[in-house]
Design a protein around this ligand. Structure first.
Ligand code: 6CS
Ligand code: FE
Length: 303
């Protein structure tokens, strides 16, 4: 398959224009979306969108209880799906929660979410990756600048920019406890990074990412040619949708307040993973789904 978005192959970074729409349903069909025209315009322009009050307070409380029970039950468990902080034993992330726990699977296929995602991706969808990032107080280390798509393309073989992340805040995301920072407009440019992907890169990158991180000049260019820098703060329950190629990062958390977020990554069923464009072996199923790409829910049908 032709590599339309080569990265980590040249000795110098390069910025090219994206070759895919940001919203994959024609804008003449905005009325079919649960999102308003203004919300669709904001997402198309900025590469992200925040939604409040999708879930009831009880639903949010149930999710919070579920993620803390999961964290407590895995405190001393050693598993590849449990990523601990680089210099701390605290749990940083737990992957594949929708695969291992029906409660999270139900959240992933909640029709209120699917109606939004199906429209933005213009098709049925499946979960490419799910995780809980706990970013514990005093110990949660940063996530360096990156485009998820650059990693999912190079290391997972995701062909086109037709995926998005849904982050559900399960603690208040303040300006000071390591909230998601985004570069509005960066989804329109693809930064080809330098440096060859090491084998089993994920064993390190999920703790501290070094490859697939844009150089400072490219990052500065995106910020200055896009919409500056935004911070996705919000109370628990707030949803932040961000396009697979929107440049983002988050700082370390040295406050007493954890920043717990549940991430569901939706990929179009028309964009299933091919062979990794890096030529390396595919990443494990708990990071990049290949086997269960069954459409979630049914687009437009009652469930
Ligand atoms: O490698 C990945 O798939 C993960 N890495 C980051 C920093 N964001 C996306 C995803 O969780
Ligand atoms: Fe990311």
């Amino acid at each position: 398959m032709e590599d339309l978005y080569p990265s980590r192959v040249e000795s110098k970074p390069k910025i090219t224009e994206r070759k895919d729409p940001v919203i994959h349903t024609d804008r003449s069909k905005d009325h079919e979306s649960p999102l308003s025209k203004n919300q669709l315009n904001f997402y198309e322009k900025n590469g992200y969108l925040q939604l409040e009050n999708i879930f009831s307070d009880n639903e949010v409380a149930d999710m919070q209880k579920a993620i803390f029970e999961l964290k407590d039950s895995n405190r001393d468990v050693s598993s590849d799906k449990i990523i601990r902080e680089p210099d701390h034993d605290e749990i940083r992330s737990i992957f594949a929660v929708d695969q291992d726990d029906n409660y999270f699977k139900e959240i992933a296929q909640d029709q209120r979410l699917l109606d939004i995602v199906n429209h933005l991706l213009g098709s049925d969808v499946y979960i490419h990756q799910s995780r809980i990032n706990y970013k514990p107080g005093f110990a949660g280390k940063e996530f360096n600048w990156h485009s998820d798509f650059e990693t999912w393309h190079v290391e997972d073989g995701m062909p086109r920019m037709r995926a998005l992340s849904m982050s559900i805040a399960l603690s208040d995301n303040y300006t000071f406890n390591g909230p998601l920072m985004l570069v509005p407009g960066s989804q329109n440019y693809y930064v080809s990074c330098v440096g060859e992907t090491p084998e089993n890169h994920y064993k390190e990158s999920l703790k501290t990412q070094k490859f697939g991180v844009p150089d400072n000049n490219s990052l500065k260019w995106l910020v200055e040619n896009g919409g500056g820098l935004d911070v996705a703060t919000g109370k628990a329950g707030t949803i932040t949708l961000f396009e697979c190629n929107t440049m983002h990062a988050s700082t370390s958390n040295i406050t007493p307040y954890p920043r717990n977020n549940l991430f569901m990554v939706y990929n179009s069923v028309e964009n299933k993973l091919a062979e990794p464009f890096s030529g390396a072996s595919p990443r494990p199923e708990y990071i990049a789904v290949r086997n269960t790409t069954v459409p979630l829910g049914k687009k437009g049908t009652l469930t």
